[in-house]
Design a protein around this ligand. Structure first.
Ligand code: GP9
Ligand code: MN
Length: 710
């Protein structure tokens, strides 16, 4: 025994021994992190084996570089590599917990746009065990410091160092071979970063992502007019005509696009603790003049809110690698809905109680052709008005009215709420429904912030009715993406009253509310399968604006000829017959899993998959190649970003000039008398102020039902 121990110690005191020890510790640690900190969907012994060997090649390569160094520098190098790789693993663990994905270079490049809020979230989700990823680094440093391991200064033969490098390449080859035999097209079909980490490890994924990001910027510089041709062909082949009965029914009306942060469809009509979670939205959902959709899916990727915005206003997908609005929003040419509406006589504005830089909105909105962007600095924000990602919804929506009433009509106004955002912070005073009791602290307060969001919408609706804006407007409400991520299966099962959650349930969990409300609109609950990509063509038809040959990947949600294929950003899909999610296939109607496909089923599924792959990759080619700069349309004038200035003083001056030029704002119609006092809110922050409702409840008890019950 003691002889073996001596042997080990002697081994550790050689440079190669230390190297091997460091590599082994690193690989064990990585493997444990992959198993416990991520949901990589490892199935079967082969995938288990691949996952186990996945960190080895890069560890041999990177630690092995140390073998080329002399004396103590070799040790310094290995410790440094270990520390850097461990920090990267740590960062990915935190990021993954919130976004169910790995960090990309695009995200890092654009991180200035999101960092301050991201930081806030990340701090909140750290767990003690996350720090275990540094244990091996500290352990090695300690062993060296107490001289349990002695530094070996005898020169290491270069040829052995070279042999180690060659070995790492060999191991990588074996890893790649095994990966490809289990999952063909791993690196060509790049929709899911989880796959790459699962099969090749985090380091290889990172290197792969770096190469891809570089290629993307190269792609843009090399892109040409010709690349638009396959896009145009695809869109022509899949072209359907819009619903003629609905064409132009909202012509000349104001449009409100109301962004319901993280709101999922399952809360609609759902009760908790004897109360409706979203009474105001439920009422709207069932109204005769609301077109409601119960099979409408979010299709966002890592760009979350920004992907939703990209799809809604451009009918282009976000990118798999990260927010397209961040990466390409500043530089690309778009043919966006705000710009088109601007050119059709609308005023256009986006409202958001957060910093303008988040998701690069301050730049991307100019490319989208927004005349105004009312962000944080436009609002009168007092202490206690902000929660999590921005101004509390009730206060934000109330304060928005003073700008809305100044917009020359017709206008297109997008109102972006934030209170129902992870980590679902809510003060006692604002909470008027009990937390869920799943025992998952991330999930349980969601019901409270969703309820709060609904109350805010109720208050806004009341104002729109009272001010008369409702009858001149079309209201479009949508949930941007899931709030409860797939990492909370036990809680989801409890909320949905299911024994357990499979990939079918998770796919259906991606449904978000989508409603179009307008007095006189022929409404009803529409069961078509669709998603965010389809919103723009739907709205354009309702507004009666023609855009023949537009580069838009969606299809009018009201058209009878829809193909009803909903592509998820990772290449999965939902269609009326089949649902594919997380590599599992189901019948959409029954949720029954399909394990052995018949010949016909295989053909049908392959055809849908082919459409999904093409749609995503062609949409990507439009954004990555900035192809819309080559698209000339008779109905569209290319946006000049320098036309827009979102600085508060300049914008407010312009707004007052615009009202004089075109005196159609609500304020002008009212002969300069503001409608602000028509806005009633029970926001506790405004209690005592003249505009707040007398029934406001400051106690935080569940008796406060806000405007919903008024
Ligand atoms: C921030 C808000 C949140 O401005 O829109 O974005 P998300 O984290 O949901 O993508
Ligand atoms: Mn969002």
């Amino acid at each position: 025994m003691s002889q073996a121990w001596h042997k080990i110690r002697r081994g550790l005191n050689t440079r190669f021994g230390f190297f091997l020890f460091a590599v082994i510790l690193f690989c064990i640690k990585s493997y444990m992190a992959y198993q416990t900190k991520f949901s990589l969907g490892v199935k079967g012994s082969m995938q288990e084996l691949i996952l186990a060997i996945s960190p080895i090649a890069t560890a041999l390569l990177l630690f092995g570089i140390g073998l080329y160094f002399r004396g103590k520098w070799a040790y310094c190098w290995m410790i440094l590599v270990d520390a850097i790789l461990s920090s990267w693993l740590f960062a990915n663990i935190l990021y993954y917990r919130e976004f169910s994905d790995f960090i990309t270079f695009n995200l890092i490049k654009g991180s200035g746009a999101t960092s301050d809020n991201l930081g806030k979230s990340l701090m909140g989700i750290m767990r003690g065990t996350d720090f275990l990823v540094f244990v091996d680094v500290i352990f090695l440093i300690l062993l060296l410091a107490i001289r349990f391991i002695k530094i070996d200064t005898t020169p290491f033969k270069i040829r052995y160092a070279v042999a180690t490098t060659i070995l790492s390449v060999g191991v990588f080859g074996v890893n790649l071979g095994m990966a490809y035999s289990n999952r063909s097209g791993l690196l060509t079909r790049t929709f899911d970063n989880n796959y790459i980490v699962k099969y090749l490890g985090l380091q290889t994924y990172t290197a792969y992502d770096a190469i891809k990001t570089y290629q993307n910027s190269e792609q843009k510089s090399k892109a040409s007019n010709n690349q638009l041709k396959p896009v145009q062909k695809f869109l022509k082949d899949n072209h359907i005509s819009s619903n003629i009965q609905y064409k132009g029914v909202a012509k000349g009306k104001n449009v409100f696009v109301i962004h319901l942060e993280s709101l999922q469809q399952f809360v609609i009509d759902k009760k908790w603790d004897g109360q409706e979670i979203t009474p105001n939205l439920n009422k709207l959902y069932h109204e005769n003049d609301t077109l409601s959709f119960d099979n409408f899916f979010n299709q966002v990727g890592q760009g979350k809110t920004s992907d939703a915005e990209m799809m809604l206003e451009n009918s282009l997908f976000g990118l798999a690698e990260g927010s397209a609005m961040v990466m390409d929003g500043t530089t690309n040419t778009f043919q966006s809905m705000p710009a088109i509406l601007d050119q059709n006589g609308y005023s256009t504005a986006s409202f958001h109680g957060d910093v303008p830089s988040f998701w690069n909105r301050d730049n991307a909105y100019k490319s989208f052709g927004y005349q105004y962007f009312f962000s944080k600095e436009y609002y009168d924000i007092k202490p206690g008005y902000v929660s999590g990602y921005g101004m509390k919804d009730k206060l934000f929506l109330k304060d928005t009215v003073k700008y809305v009433e100044q917009l020359p009509q017709p206008f297109y106004a997008k109102l972006i709420t934030v209170s129902n955002h992870y980590p679902y912070l809510i003060s006692k005073k604002d909470a008027s429904i009990k937390e869920w009791d799943t025992g998952d602290p991330t999930v349980d307060p969601y019901v409270q912030t969703a309820h709060y969001l609904d109350q805010s919408i109720g208050e806004l609706m009341n104002y729109l009715k009272k001010s008369g804006l409702e009858k001149n407007s079309m209201l479009v409400l949508y949930g941007d993406h899931y709030g409860i991520s797939n990492n909370h299966k036990a809680a989801i099962a409890k909320i949905l009253n299911l024994k357990q959650i499979d990939n079918y349930n998770l796919a259906m969990f991606q449904k978000v509310p989508f409603m179009i409300h307008m007095p006189g609109l022929k409404g009803g609950i529409n069961h078509t399968y669709g998603g965010e990509i389809d919103v723009m063509p739907t709205l354009m038809n309702l507004m009666g604006i023609n855009d023949p040959g537009a580069i838009q990947f969606g299809q009018d949600l009201l058209s009878k000829d829809r193909n009803q294929i909903v592509s998820f950003r990772d290449g999965d899909f939902v269609s009326p017959k089949y649902t594919k999610y997380g590599n599992d296939l189901y019948f959409t109607k029954t949720g029954q899993q399909i394990t052995d496909k018949t010949e016909t089923e295989k053909k049908e599924v392959d055809k849908i998959q082919d459409y999904v792959n093409k749609e995503l990759s062609l949409s990507d080619s439009v954004i990555n190649g900035d192809l819309l700069r080559f698209s000339k349309q008779s109905w569209f004038k290319t946006v000049d970003k320098s036309d827009y200035n979102y600085k508060k003083s300049a914008a407010l001056k312009e707004l007052s000039e615009a009202q004089n030029k075109k005196p159609t704002s609500l304020l002008k119609e009212n002969k300069g008398k503001s409608t602000e006092d028509l806005y009633k809110t029970d926001a506790p922050e405004l209690k005592g102020e003249s505009s707040s409702s007398s029934s406001s409840d400051d106690s935080g008890s569940s008796s406060s039902s806000s405007s919903s019950s008024k």
